[in-house]
Design a protein around this ligand. Structure first.
Ligand code: TRP
Length: 345
């Protein structure tokens, strides 16, 4: 069976989104709206696999929602909702807990990293996190999943789960009316050229991250113009002028990062940026970069603030998204129940 192309992705509700999130993920999601039916989910159930302060979690869910809308995610065109409001995710995750094997989950590198040395004390939820992620995707029989590198292994697991489900239940899937015995698609990762890997402004070899202690290392989507300008002015560089060709960026991670940010904000190639700025000192380039960042990001910050001023409206948007998500997921889960042999009354 040919599956209708459908995009699904999820974002963790962490309050502070930064330029790395914007250029690395959000722009890509926004772009996909032009070509695909898109479902975007604030994964609050994934968030509680590690401790979350309840009041902070509540506000982070709304903040992330506002940030995505302010950046250009259109909640009418796409489906935008929070995971815990569509219980089909949890229902399917349970079935997948019974499809996935311990051995598969034991190989997940993110669990090992997040659990650290004190594995005995990690939550069970953190361990089965990838099963819930597979359920997120497959509850919509989604075919395309924009994800960063760190999530590729989880996506492979989702493919394995889809395949094992199809294999284990093949005859019953056919009985349910799927002649080829295939119920779940094999979801594929989407990596578009647009996505840029944005590095820390203090260290060009480390990813820009909300967990780095120095605020100067990242530009937050809620920063004001002065803060953005100051952070770029203080960004680490090397003493050389900018090269005029891309290969001149090799071994110069900070230069490469700043040029990459400039290029990504304009949707251009780094080579094009270097055509313009090759030979320029960083002082000149940083001015242009700060200006561009301010022009692009400040309107987003203003819009985030505007949206957050009316929580009721954000909640209505999320509720509308949840209703539309449920309308797709419910029939899928009902089929799953029939296929595995549950009685629906
Ligand atoms: N695990 C993803 C992350 O941390 C978020 C996520 C949850 C997700 N469910 C998903 C991403 C489904 C893609 C598809 O970034």
């Amino acid at each position: 069976m040919a599956f209708q192309e459908r995009v699904f992705s999820g974002m963790q509700p962490t309050g502070s989104l930064h330029l790395g999130n914007y250029l690395g993920a959000m722009l890509q999601w926004i772009k996909l709206q032009e070509t695909h039916e898109c479902i975007y989910c604030v994964v609050d159930m994934h968030a509680i696999t590690v401790w979350q302060d309840p009041d902070q979690l509540r506000s982070a869910i709304r903040q992330v929602t506002a940030a995505y809308i302010a950046s250009g995610l259109d909640p009418k065109r796409s489906i935008l909702f929070n995971q815990s409001e569509v219980s089909e995710h949890a229902e399917l995750a349970w079935v997948f807990n019974c499809v996935a094997r311990l051995g598969w989950l034991n190989r997940m590198t993110q669990f090992k990293e997040k659990a650290g040395k004190d594995r005995e004390n990690a939550s069970v939820g953190l361990y089965v996190y990838p099963d819930l992620m597979a359920a997120d995707i497959l509850a919509y029989q989604a075919t395309h999943v924009p994800v960063g590198h760190d999530q590729k292994q989880h996506l492979e697991l989702a493919r394995d789960i889809a395949q094992k489900f199809n294999n284990d239940f093949g005859p019953w899937i056919e009985k349910a009316g799927y002649e080829d015995g295939i119920f779940f698609p094999q979801p594929e990762p989407v990596i578009t050229g647009l996505a840029a890997r944005v590095m820390s402004l203090r260290d060009g070899t480390k990813k820009m991250s909300k967990s780095e202690s120095s605020e100067l290392s990242r530009i937050n989507l809620t920063d004001d113009a002065d803060t953005i300008a100051k952070k770029i002015q203080k960004a680490r560089t090397d003493p050389e002028a900018l090269p005029s060709e891309e290969k001149g960026l090799e071994g110069r991670p900070e230069a490469e990062n700043l040029v990459g940010i400039y290029a990504a904000l304009l949707g251009k190639a780094k080579a094009d940026v270097l055509k313009e700025f090759g030979g320029a000192q960083f002082s000149v380039f940083k001015k242009a970069l700060a200006e561009l960042c301010v022009t692009r990001l400040v309107p987003i910050a203003v819009e985030i603030e505007h949206l957050l001023a009316d929580e009721g409206e954000i909640d209505r948007i999320l509720a509308d998204g949840a209703a539309r998500a449920r309308a797709i997921a419910r029939p899928v889960i009902n089929k799953v129940k029939d296929i595995v042999g549950f009685v629906r009354t």
